[in-house]
Structures are given as C-alpha cells and as structure tokens.
Design a protein around this ligand. Structure first.
Ligand SMILES: Nc1ncnc2c1ncn2[C@@H]1O[C@H](COP(=O)(O)OP(=O)(O)O)[C@@H](O)[C@H]1O
Ligand SMILES: [Mg+2]
Length: 120
C-alpha cells in the first residue's frame, strides 16, 4: 500500500512555481531519498506532503486518507530543515526526552541499554 501518494501537487510563491505537478508514490517500508539543488522545492514539497502548506493544485494522500484528515495527521511525524534537538541537553538527555514523548517504557533504561556505556 502507498503510505504517501501525491497527484499533480503544485505550489506557487508569487510568480514562481516552487513545486510543479509532483506525482509521488512511496510504499510502506520504503526509505525514500529526495535530492535536488538548493531552491528546487524539496522543503516545499515536504511541507505540502505533511499538510504544513496548502497546494495551489493537486492532492496528497497519507495511507489513502486526504492529508487534512485527523487520521492522516496522526500518522505523520516530520522534521524539516532542523534536527529538532535541544542544544542545551546532552545527546543522552535528548534521547531520553524523545523516548518519553514516543511513549516508550522506561526511557532511561532503554536509552542506557541502547547506548555506548561511556560518559555522554
Ligand atoms: N515562504 C516562501 N515564500 C516565498 N518563496 C518561497 C518560500 N519558501 C520557499 N520559497 C521559494 O520556493 C522555491 C523552493 O524553495 P524550497 O522548497 O525551500 O527549496 P529546497 O528545499 O529544495 O532548497 C525557492 O525559489 C524559494 O525561494
Ligand atoms: Mg530545503
């Protein structure tokens, strides 16, 4: 099943098309690389795909739901441009924080077990 599907997806900023008729199909389990020069529309395409920007034309479906649906939005996690880490926390503390946000059991123990045992 396609987890991401776009059809004719397009976005315009002023007089320029940032994304122009993007037809994309990403299957469940795929790792998909999105490569292009600066300014070619990668970030804009990702914002459209996850519903953070609205298209001028075209459609996005996430697991066969329109991206605007709550059901679709619950299935999407996205980091665009920035890593989303807290610079004032150590790597280990960032991992524990995110493990907690993801609802993992015993985040401290899981991060300790999964990490190199030296000081972080
Ligand atoms: N918020 C915005 N307002 C106006 N133009 C934008 C905006 N965001 C992106 N653009 C323009 O859209 C084009 C694609 O940008 P972007 O999606 O950021 O490209 P990429 O991520 O591939 O570097 C560029 O010409 C950029 O200047
Ligand atoms: Mg970008």
């Amino acid at each position: 099943m396609a987890v991401i599907q776009t059809a004719g997806l397009s976005k315009r900023y002023q007089d320029k098309w940032a994304v122009d008729h993007l037809n994309l199909r990403v299957e469940q389990g795929d790792i998909y690389g999105f490569i292009g020069s600066n300014g070619e529309g990668k970030s804009t395409a990702l914002k459209l795909v996850c519903g953070l920007a609205s298209p001028a034309q075209g459609k996005v479906r996430i697991s066969d739901c329109p991206v605007q649906d709550t059901v679709a939005r619950r299935r999407v996690g996205v980091l665009i441009e920035q890593a989303g880490l807290y610079p004032d926390l150590s790597g280990r503390k960032n991992l524990i924080l995110y493990a907690g946000l993801l609802g993992l059991d015993s985040p401290e123990r899981q991060v300790t077990v999964g990490c190199w045992a030296g000081p972080l």
